[in-house]
Design a protein around this ligand. Structure first.
Ligand code: SF4
Length: 94
């Protein structure tokens, strides 16, 4: 009887632990860059580029995946920029 309860508790514990690696990346996702913050303003960052042919997604400093809506940028560590965004540090992707 007690072995059966202990086994059930053990299996429940394992189930919870198995979910953590699945949820952890989603929880660890970086915040979206606020265009109003001082550094973003200094670089004239915007979520929607108004410069023809220049967006974060085709910038060398964008490290998000191809076609990603949001992704990391080397200029703004720990935050994500919009793939459709732009800032004055834009450099053509090599
Ligand atoms: S440097 Fe500027 S244009 Fe390039 S990805 Fe970062 S925010 Fe976008």
């Amino acid at each position: 009887m007690s072995n059966s309860i202990n086994r059930r508790k053990f299996i429940k514990s394992i189930s919870v632990l198995a979910v953590i690696p699945v949820l952890a990346p989603a929880l660890a996702q970086a915040a979206q860059l606020d265009p109003g913050n001082a550094q973003a303003k200094a670089f004239k960052y915007t979520h929607k580029s108004e410069v023809a042919g220049k967006t974060c997604s085709n910038c060398q400093l964008f490290t998000g995946g191809a076609g990603a809506e949001w992704g990391p940028c080397n200029i703004f560590p720990g935050q994500e920029v919009a793939g459709a965004g732009w800032c004055s540090a834009w450099i053509a992707k090599a």
